[in-house]
Every structure is written in C-alpha cells, then in structure tokens.
Design a protein around this ligand. Structure first.
Ligand SMILES: Nc1ncnc2c1ncn2[C@@H]1O[C@H](COP(=O)(O)OP(=O)(O)OP(=O)(O)O)[C@@H](O)[C@H]1O
Ligand SMILES: [Mg+2]
Length: 507
C-alpha cells in the first residue's frame, strides 16, 4: 500500500502540475499562488497519508471486525444480537464524525490563506522593511494564523469527543455482554467458558473498531483534500484548443483585430470595439496612458485570454481555431516584467528553442547587447541565475528576454517597452538590435520611446480601452489632441536624444 500510495501521489502531483501550467490566465487571476501551493503540497500530502496508513488500517480493521463478529455469532447469536442495542449510539457517533468534515475543509482553506500571507511576507520583504511595516504585517499574519489554530483546535476537540464516545461505547458493550451473558449462564443457556471466550472476541473486535474511528477521520480529511485537488483538475479551461484545430502552415504574420471587446472576468469591458490591421512584416505602436489597456491588447494575441466579442485573426485564421502550440511558438514576447527561470543563462535563452546551437545563442545575445555582460559572469553562459543563482539587474534581465525572443525567430514580435531598466547607452544599443529584429517581422510595440514611435508604420492611440486616433507620428501630432498630450508627457523630453526613465510606463 505504501508503494501504491507513493505512485498515486506522484501521479496526482504531476497531474496537478500539468493542469496548473496549462490553465488559462484568468484562472491565475482568480486563485492566489499560496492557495494553489498549499493544494499541490499539503493536500496532496494528506491524500498520500491516507493511502499509506488509513488505507491498510481500514481494510485490516474491517477484516478483523468481521471475523470476530462471525465467531461471536457462531458462539452465541443471542448475545451477538444483543450488541445491536448499541447500534443507535454508534450511528450517533458517526454523525458526530461527519460534523468534523466541514471543519477540516475550513482548516484546509485557512491554511491556504496563511500560505498566501507567508508568500507575501517573503516576496514583499523589501517593501515591508522599506515602509517599516514589520509590526503591522506580523499582526496581520498572527490574526490569520490564530484563525488557523482555532479551527484546528476545534477539529481536534471534536475528534477527541468522538474518541471518548467510542471508548464509552466499548465500555457499554463490555458491560452489556457481561450482564446479558451472566443472566444466560445462570439460566443454563450458555457456559461460563463460552462467556469468557465471547468477551475475548469482543475485546479483539474493539481494538480495530477504535482504529477504524481514527482511520475514518483521516479518510474524511483526505476526502476534503481530494476535493480541493480535483477542484483544480476539474476547472474547465476557458481558453481551450479547438477539437479540430487548423494548421497555420508557414506563418506570414498578418494580424487583424475585428471589433474586439474584452473584459477580465465579470468586470467592465477593458477594451471596446478594437479594430486593427497590421499587414505581414509591418509594425504597429500602441500608445496610451497607464491602465488604458495596452498590455491587455497584446495578451489576447497568444490567447492568454479570448475576446468577449469580436475576432482576432493571424493570416486569416481565427485564433480560436488554430493549434495553440503553433500559435504561441510563432509569437515572440518581451514583456513589461521579465521572468527568468532559475537555470543557467544558456538554458533560459534556449527556453523557447531547445535546439538552438551555441552559435545561434551568441548571435542573439550579440544583437540584444547582452553578450558582453554574460561573458563577464563567473561561468559565462553556464551561470545559474534567479533565486538560487546570480542576481541580474533589470536591464540585464530585459536584454536576456529580448535575446530569448529573438532565438525563436517569431513571425510576430510583441514588445512591451519599459525604458526604466536600462541606461541611455544600453538603450541605444537595444534600439538598434530591435530595429534589426523588427525588419522582417510583424511587430507590435507598446511604445515608451520616441525612437520607436518615429520608426513604426502606424500608431494607435488608446484611451480607456478605445482607439481614439491612428496614423503616423506626424499625422497624429497634427490631428489628435490626446496624442499631443501623451507626446508632451512621455516623448518630448527624449527629443534631444536623452532617454528619460519613465517609471514602467506610468505617465
Ligand atoms: N489580470 C487582470 N485582471 C483584471 N483586471 C486587469 C488585469 N490586468 C489588467 N487589468 C485592468 O485592465 C486595465 C488595463 O490594464 P493594462 O495592463 O492593459 O494597462 P496598460 O495600458 O498596459 O498600462 P501600463 O502602461 O501601466 O502598463 C487596468 O484598469 C487594469 O486594472
Ligand atoms: Mg502594460
């Protein structure tokens, strides 16, 4: 059983991981990381504990009880039947046991909440210390942690009550058998030896009954854990591959948005009636104030989310009908927040393109102006970065992300520009690299740089999720008051060749 337990748990955990990594982005908007972690670790452990222990205990206990019952009935059925008098009490106890189940559930959920707090405490430690909020955070944590303790205490108290009940019942059974048995012996219906043997069987039966009570508790807890795990596995995917996906073939990169309206979950529409057309190989810049929906537009392209209304097409294929893998591997993304894995630099670069040769990699990092600093790292391309390795600066991370996207040779390149991460000189180098990268492919840039908006084929101006103007830089300066305002705030200062660090694009 232990072996089976390990295998089942291993499979469940794998299954959970697969499900988590293929969930729609909206799923992660709704669930907190700490809660999900607690399900993958704690709840799966509980299921394992059940398989390891309770599973065997339950089977052998039931067998023991049955055998002893058979002997008891064979020995003296009248005595055996008199035990039925205690059945209602036993059933009452079982209903007490059932009351514990929701407590287990609440405790599990609360553990998720506590885990969320722990995670935030660790990830946010810099901010917490910078604002001297340690005390406040500790109090917050203590409140949640106390709630968890109270729930657990209540659970344990109820279990204690149950165990006491079982003990009481065992005592009552012994007394009952002695009483009824003595009466039957006195009347000559039963032998004294028989009564002693009967008592022996009863004792043998009581031990597994107690075990069974305990095992039932464990299985209840395992059941609630199982529910939590399967809640994840059974959540339907919102973005799902069509059952008969079309192949996109050789992708040219003609991108079209047709009357796209989108909202996250139940919220107000974030994008309204967006129509765009970028012919293959051309470039589009999206400008707009912070929160106007720029990142949201580009998140629809790899189908992180599906539009609520309207359609998005690449080369005429509606995204909902194409193979997800094909779609996503034809898109290169350099996001606002760069995520790198806890692996070597080379492995990170190869992430989208495992076949890439060292030569390809060097070429890409060269273009992304990253080779210089990589070569200066202790182990060069084999340096482990991330949590357990070397820490990189924001600008260095961004350049690795650009090289990673370049390696895939995507037909469509999406760039969420962030000017804050690099110094002017590096910025100019990256600009050159991107220029080269943009030539042969469709590019959508969320622009924060003057050089970018001057270079692209068309610009759309987004305001509160609506396209309010479109055209080239010169045209828009003449036509659009919104554009002029954004230009004054964001781009004008860059005119004398100085890149101003705009905070992650906030205007
Ligand atoms: N995952 C999400 N769930 C719910 N609402 C979201 C989500 N992501 C963004 N929003 C909301 O959608 C709106 C547009 O956000 P978006 O990230 O597209 O703005 P943006 O134009 O990229 O801004 P910035 O220039 O600051 O990056 C915001 O009001 C934001 O609160
Ligand atoms: Mg954004």
């Amino acid at each position: 059983a232990r072996y089976v337990g390990q295998r089942v748990v291993h499979d469940i955990r794998n299954d959970l991981y697969t499900h988590l990594s293929s969930k729609s982005m909206s799923f992660f908007d709704r669930h907190q990381t700490g809660d999900l972690m607690s399900r993958v670790t704690n709840d799966v452990n509980m299921i394992q504990f059940f398989f390891n222990m309770a599973g065997t205990v339950i089977l052998s206990s039931i067998a023991m009880i049955l055998f002893n019952l058979i002997f008891m009935v064979a020995l003296d059925w009248v005595l055996a039947v008199s035990l039925l008098l205690l059945l209602p009490f036993f059933l009452a106890l079982q209903s007490l046991a059932r009351r514990v189940v929701p407590l287990f559930r609440q405790a599990n959920e609360q553990l998720g909440v506590v885990n969320v707090e722990i995670r935030e405490g660790i990830n946010g430690v810099k901010i917490i210390q910078a604002f001297a909020r340690e005390d406040h955070q500790e109090k917050r944590f203590d409140a949640q942690n106390s709630k968890l303790r109270d729930l657990r205490t209540k659970t344990i108290r109820n279990i204690g009550l149950y165990i006491q009940g079982i003990e009481l019942l065992a005592g009552a059974a012994t007394a009952l058998i002695l009483g009824v048995g003595a009466w039957r012996v006195v009347h000559g219906d039963f032998t004294l030896g028989g009564l002693v043997a009967f008592q022996g069987y009863l004792l043998l039966m009581l031990a597994p009954t107690r075990f069974l009570g305990f095992a039932v508790q464990i299985s209840h807890q395992a059941i609630t854990s199982g529910e939590r795990v399967f809640q994840i596995i059974d959540t339907p995917l919102e973005v799902e591959e069509s059952p008969e996906p079309e192949s996109m073939g050789q992708i040219r990169g003609d991108v079209e948005f047709e009357n796209v309206t989108f909202q996250y979950g139940e919220s107000e529409p974030i994008l309204r009636d967006i129509s765009l057309h970028i012919p293959a190989g051309q470039s589009l810049a999206i400008v707009g104030r912070s929160g106007s929906g720029k990142s949201t537009i580009v998140n629809l392209l790899p189908r992180f989310y599906d539009p609520s209304q309207g359609a998005i097409r690449i080369d005429g294929h509606d995204l909902r009908n194409v193979r997800l893998n094909e779609l996503r591997s034809s898109i290169g993304m350099v996001m606002q927040e760069t995520f790198l894995f806890n692996m070597t630099i080379a492995e990170n670069l190869r992430f989208g393109m495992s076949e890439a040769s060292m030569q390809d990699i060097r070429h890409a990092t060269n273009l992304a102006a990253a080779d210089e600093f990589i070569n200066e790292l202790p182990d060069g391309y084999d340096t482990v970065i991330g949590d357990r390795g070397v820490r990189l600066s924001g600008g260095q991370r961004q350049r690795i992300a650009i090289a990673r996207a370049m390696l895939v040779q995507p037909a469509v390149l999406i760039l969420d520009e962030a000017t804050s991460s690099v110094d002017t000189r590096t910025d100019q180098i990256i600009q050159k690299a991107l220029e080269g990268l943009m030539v042969e492919r469709t590019t959508i840039v969320i622009a924060h740089r003057l050089s970018t908006i001057r270079r692209v084929d068309q610009i759309v101006v987004l305001d509160e999720g609506v396209i309010v103007a479109r055209g080239t830089h010169e045209e828009l300066l003449l036509d659009s008051a919104t554009y002029r305002k954004i230009y004054e705030l964001q781009f004008k200062l860059q005119e004398d060749g100085v890149t101003v660090a705009t905070e992650g694009g906030d205007v």
